[in-house]
Each structure stands twice: as structure tokens, then as C-alpha cells.
Design a protein around this ligand. Structure first.
Ligand code: NIG
Ligand code: FE
Length: 445
């Protein structure tokens, strides 16, 4: 148990004392999402089992079927009644910047008054103002500020999340962020999948020499990171390496330099591309076999075609244009027509999208990317698991997978996306352990 400022974090996560093994039965709809990542127009196959049931043992799923089948096959198993509600995989949030210090409410006010995001960044604000706050924060402060965000994610049904560094932009602070994320991963029931985003912006020390900072990331930070990781997290796979390929951040060539170096050191890759300007980052991601290309708001037809022919997942972040009050969203239909794999994430960060809920991301994806609830749910589970290369263990309810699932407070999956600004999760099951989100408003069946 981790104690900070006298508060027990385990208590914060409100675990019940439910013990395995366990038969969860009487789900109105069990959404299995079975069959692997869903490409192009195949998106939206939920694999629904009416009156569904699941058996969990040793943190894993050992049987999936109807309530009748599994009650007969496992007559002595302790039970948990899903109460004729939806049982589905935990959400996988494949793009967050969850660790930072401070806030940017003042900049929100400026943006709403008409100052563009990239102008605020160019004037030394935006990402750079969070960098200043983060550099001066201790690891304890960073963890204390991040913990409630993780708790909100978990309560809203995220059981696995990608989490990026990137508010350090100097070795010492980037390492502090990595250490904090590893410690948060240890203490939280959620699984955190870490990404190194030293190339989130040009560090202020290199304001007039962006190539100098690019060289620093590629030639100094990445080799250092490799050795550091092997010492500090030897049992975890290497982190992803990501670059913000954008006007006023890293050019296409600088992005290529950093990602090529990262790839040659064995790191899996990601890219932020086409959030504001189309520089060709999505095609670069496909060429370098990156796990994902994220944002993709102003992506060209050629880039969309390249993604459609690749195994690089297109990660849409609909909370970001919403957060910036912009009207353009990721062109989901075009991506699906081109046979791309589409996922959804929150992009939780202090500048463009302070939102921890995948349910809200789904609600926006339905309205502004014109996805059906079934497509958005698949994009937020099995496809988002593939965007962080974890689809073999999470993202669906299949025998052998980790027992990460949600019992919702509704009996029809279409309520997800239809309703928003409220939490439809009643219970979170993480590695077979049941956590109750119920605070008395819903009656557990
Ligand atoms: O994904 N685009 C770059 N990174 C974040 C924004 C980070 C910030 O403004 O602090 C994003 O939108
Ligand atoms: Fe981002």
C-alpha cells in the first residue's frame, strides 16, 4: 500500500473484497469484442452474447458463454450477478499526457477570447508553461497531482492507459516523470503503458536552435533512456517513443531523425501528426511501422491511403478539437473506407483536453466523427489495445485474456455514446478484482 500525505491510495480506489475465482452471470449483453483488431469497415463487431456470462480464475478469463451454459459447466463457482446490465471489456485509453503539474485555466480563457493554440505556444506559453511548472515540481507533487486523474480514469472505466512524459524537455525532468509513472503504475490497479515524449516541444534552452534539441533527443536522450529503462524497469517492455510532428514543434525531417534513431534502438514508435497542419507525419508513421499515428485532423488523402495499407493504428482524439472549440475532427469515414484501423483516446492533458473519460470521447466520436456506438466501442477497446500493442492481453473478453471488464448501469450498449457527461460504469473488474464505482445512486443487482 502506498501512503501519501496520510491518505491510503488503496482506499481511494475503493476495492471490494471480492475474491476469485468467480462466475459473472446474467449480463443483458456481454460484449466480447472477440476476433482481434477491426480494420476498416469491419469496425463495430461487438460479438454480443445475450444473457452472457464469464468465468475468471487467477486474474484471467477462463470461460465465456451464456449464463445457462456457464452455470451448468461451473456449478460451484462463487457468483457475481451482472443484474441484466451490459458487461464489456475495460476501456483502453491509448493516448494521454496524464502527468504534469499545475493547470492552464488562464490560457483557456485566452483561447476562448480568440488567441490560437499555436500562437500561445510560440509566445512561450502552452506546453512550455506546463514545462515550467513540471520542472519545478517534486516527484511527490507530480504523483499527488496525477493520482486523482488516474482515479477518475479508472472510475470511468479505463483499465489500461498509455501515459506520456513530455513536460520535462530536459533529461533530469523527463527521468523524474518516468520514475513517477513507474511508481504510479505499481500503486494503481490500472496498467500504465509508458511513452517517452522528450520531443513534445522544442526545449526553451534551444528556442533558436530546434535542430540542436532534435540532435539532443536523438543522440543523447534516447541512448540514455535505453540503458535507464533496462536498469529501472527490466521486466517491462521498452516504452514507446513519440514525436509532436507539427509546425512550431518538430518538422517532418526532425521527426524522421528521432523516430529512426528510436527504432534502431528497439523502441516501438508513435507520432502526433496533423493536429493543426499536414506535414506528412502519418505517412512517415506507416513507413516506419509505428504502432499508431495520433490526432489526424488535417490528414491528406495520400496519408490516409498509407495508413490504410499499414498496421499503424489511426488514433482519433475527439476531445481535443472539442477542448479547443474547433470544428474539424478526424475524418473517420475516409479512414475506414481506406481500410485503416481506427482507435479513440482522450488525449488527457492540461492544454487541449483535460478529460479523463473514454465515455465522453465515445460520445464525441459518435456525433462529430459519425461513428455508431458499436464502432466507437470497438475503437475504444480492441483497436485502442492494438494502438499500444497490447491486443494480445486486453481489449476484449476472450479466454486467456486478462480479466479487465466493466459492468455498466444500463442494459443496452447503445446507451454508451447516446448519453454523456455522466458515468455509466457501475463496477470495474481489473485483473479479476472487483471495484465498485457505486456511490449509492445505483442499486447493485
Ligand atoms: O496532444 N499536441 C501536443 N500535445 C498535446 C497538447 C499538450 C498541451 O497543450 O499541453 C495534444 O494535444
Ligand atoms: Fe497528445
Amino acid at each position: 500500500m502506498f501512503i501519501h500525505a496520510g491518505i491510503s491510495v488503496v482506499k481511494l480506489f475503493i476495492s471490494t473484497s471480492r475474491l476469485e475465482p468467480m462466475l459473472i452471470h446474467s449480463a443483458s449483453q456481454l460484449l466480447t469484442l472477440a476476433g482481434g483488431p477491426q480494420r476498416g469497415k469491419a469496425l463495430g463487431s461487438l460479438g454480443v452474447i445475450p444473457n452472457g456470462a464469464v468465468v475468471i480464475r487467477d486474474e484471467k478469463i477462463v470461460a465465456v458463454g451464456t449464463t445457462e451454459e456457464l452455470r451448468n459447466a461451473y456449478p460451484d463457482e462463487p457468483t457475481l450477478d451482472a443484474g441484466h446490465c451490459v458487461l464489456m471489456p475495460g476501456f483502453v485509453d491509448p493516448h494521454t499526457h496524464i502527468i504534469w503539474a499545475g493547470d492552464r485555466a488562464n490560457e483557456f480563457e485566452k483561447k476562448m477570447a480568440g488567441t490560437p493554440y499555436l500562437d500561445i505556444l510560440a509566445a512561450g506559453g502552452g506546453i512550455l508553461s506546463t514545462v515550467r511548472a513540471t520542472r519545478t515540481a517534486s516527484i511527490e507533487t507530480l504523483m499527488a497531482e496525477t493520482r486523482p486523474r488516474l482515479l477518475r480514469m479508472f472510475r470511468n472505466g479505463t483499465t489500461t492507459a498509455e501515459t506520456k512524459t513530455g513536460y520535462g524537455l530536459q533529461t533530469a525532468t523527463e527521468l523524474r516523470l518516468l520514475k513517477a509513472l513507474l511508481a504510479l503504475n505499481d500503486e494503481s490497479p490500472m496498467d500504465l503503458v509508458i511513452t517517452f515524449l522528450g520531443a513534445h516541444a522544442i526545449a526553451p534552452e534551444y528556442k533558436d536552435n530546434p535542430q540542436g534539441y532534435t540532435d539532443e533527443v536523438a543522440n543523447t536522450m534516447l541512448p540514455m533512456l535505453k540503458g535507464w529503462w533496462e536498469t529501472h524497469a527490466p521486466r517491462l517492455p521498452l516504452p514507446f517513443v513519440d514525436v509532436f510532428c507539427e509546425t512550431k514543434a518538430f518538422t517532418l525531417e526532425q521527426s524522421r531523425q528521432i523516430l529512426t534513431q528510436a527504432g534502431s534502438l528497439g523502441f516501438p514508435l508513435k507520432i502526433h501528426a496533423d493536429e493543426f497542419d499536414n506535414l506528412g507525419g502519418a505517412s512517415l508513421a506507416a513507413e516506419l511501422k509505428a504502432a499508431s499515428a495520433d490526432h489526424l485532423v488535417v490528414t491528406s488523402d495520400a496519408d490516409i491511403e498509407a495508413l490504410g495499407k499499414s498496421d499503424t493504428v489511426a488514433v482519433a482524439l475527439p476531445c481535443t478539437p472539442f477542448g479547443l472549440a474547433e470544428s474539424h475532427y478526424t475524418p473517420a469515414k475516409k479512414l475506414l473506407e481506406a481500410d485503416a484501423m481506427l482507435a479513440i483516446a482522450t488525449d488527457c492533458n492540461p492544454g487541449t483536453s483535460w478529460n479523463e473519460s473514454m465515455q465522453f470521447a465515445i460520445a464525441l466520436a459518435c456525433r462529430y466523427m459519425k461513428l455508431t456506438p458499436a464502432q466507437a466501442i470497438a475503437a475504444a477497446t480492441i483497436n485502442s489495445a492494438h494502438a499500444i500493442r497490447r491486443a494480445a492481453t486486453v481489449g476484449s473478453i476472450e479466454v486467456g485474456k486478462q480479466a479487465d471488464m466493466l459492468i455498466l448501469s444500463v442494459n443496452d450498449y447503445r446507451q454508451v455514446g447516446y448519453r454523456y457527461g455522466t458515468n455509466l460504469v457501475k463496477q470495474v473488474i481489473k485483473r479479476g478484482q472487483v471495484y465498485s464505482v457505486d456511490v449509492g445512486y445505483y442499486r447493485t443487482a
